[in-house]
Design a protein around this ligand. Sequence first.
Ligand code: FES
Length: 570
Amino acid sequence: MRYRSDQWYGGNDRDSYIHRAWMRRGLPRSAFTGRPQIAIANTASDLTPCNKHLNEVSASVQAGIWEAGGIPLDMPVMSLGETLVKPTAMLWRNLAAMAAEEMIRANPVDGVVLLGGCDKTIPALLMAAASVDLPAVVVPGGPMLTGHFRGVPLGCGTDVWRLSEEVRAGNLSQEDFLASESAMIRSKGHCNTMGTASTMACMAEALGMTLPGVAGTPAPDSRLLESAHASGRLAVDLASSGRTPSQVLSTGSFRNAIVALAAIGGSTNAVVHLLAIAGRAGVPLSLDDFDAIGADVPLLANLAPAGQYLMDDLYRAGGLLAVLREVSDLLDPDALTVSGRPLAEHLGEARIWDESVIRPRSAPLLEKAGIAVLRGSLAPGGAVIKPAAATKELLTHRGPAVVFDSIEDMRARLDDPALDVTEDSVLVLRGCGPRGYPGMPEVGNMPIPARLLARGVRDMVRISDARMSGTAYGTVVLHTVPEGAAGGPLALVRDGDPVVLDVPGRRLDLDLPEAELARREPAPAMTAALPGPRRGWERLYIDHVLQADQGADLDFLVGSSGHQVTRDSH
Ligand code: FES
């Protein structure tokens, strides 16, 4: 059998000699003939603590590859630690995707196993794999085990937001808050809520890009290594059979992902990532598809932040496949997985083992859970809200705007006693979109002003061009398009303007006469040059990033370049 890597290793000329000789290092010549070379795109890094254990996972993948007759090649790729990277990991997602794509293509690789976990790593790897279109399978690193503090389970992310708000409200001492710190992260693995990392692992599985059943396996669970081993074996099979991501990523598989996203109460960040992956795969997918396909899907997974439990509960209760079995009538029956069989065919064995964690279809947590897409005079290109994480009474709301031009502006004034804000106000944050920040940080869930918190207010309508952490919650409108810095109407809002949110009607409006809006100039902060030197990746990003409704990819990275290499290096 001939493999792509034969372009490097086949033959007896000078170049194939060079390619083999430098790679021999104890390997026999037979390692380079008729055996698929499988790269393991590994995002393990000390600075990405959620992915730190992926070297161990890689060892199991390698064992599986050897066992199936392939040659494993560890390929460390750019990693992104969500909690550490400034100004925001999202600024670098496209760079990580571009670098992984180029290195997979540039090297003698016949297939690739993608090891990710922390928020941006799985999306970046899937974007890369879709663009290079070599056989690929994802192994999600898995969530951490649930930590407890004084007898109460801690959902990482979600409970940081909750506890810090209680400190601001005066209900929790700073000392107690800090005492919870060492209990927050109990084990290896990524965040244990249905945040972005858990969501994207489930999205990878719903898209068909993992072994069915692996998403959500806790990082310390030995079954993760068993699945990693099986994924290594599968990668060899994929390379031999030539099954590539373009045969898996289809309109039907994105439909399945959107249904899954709603049923698990997944992160709004998945909208941006799925749009970007679809853009790479050439699958037509629009913001409106999320509403059309997902809006009426029931919420079945009772997981924080929308519900009560955490990821290891989901796994013991039956996992993603048990959730999907409940909504199997909504799935595309033909959408393939890397197994070579449709996702729907993998649901037969799935069972719910704990109905308090995974609700049956007949008793959902919420009848309609999908992400709602809003449009109107404040969001002509669309905006999103996750009703499942919002306060029901606020889903229809009219209130005066309190506007902030940046997160620095918001932090400086939010708790100022002079700020004219009530619980009916609508907090508007702009300058936080892909281009304006740059990088579209997770700041859309603005804190509630302290004096309102002290009065017991825990939610308000908040609107921005930013994203929100998948572990956060509230009546928060996000991803407003166009963003303020790209000339969107968000730049025109002034303090006191009436804002109307109508989630059932899918509207987000600035209730002002059109003539008034036409007369207004954008706020100076929205047209001012960004401070500081802008060079390198940031320069490229600002000049080429697309808006959130197109996945915030770079315009020149959309689509696929395939895996051909046409020029030699020597
Ligand atoms: Fe890495 Fe949450 S910080 S997954």
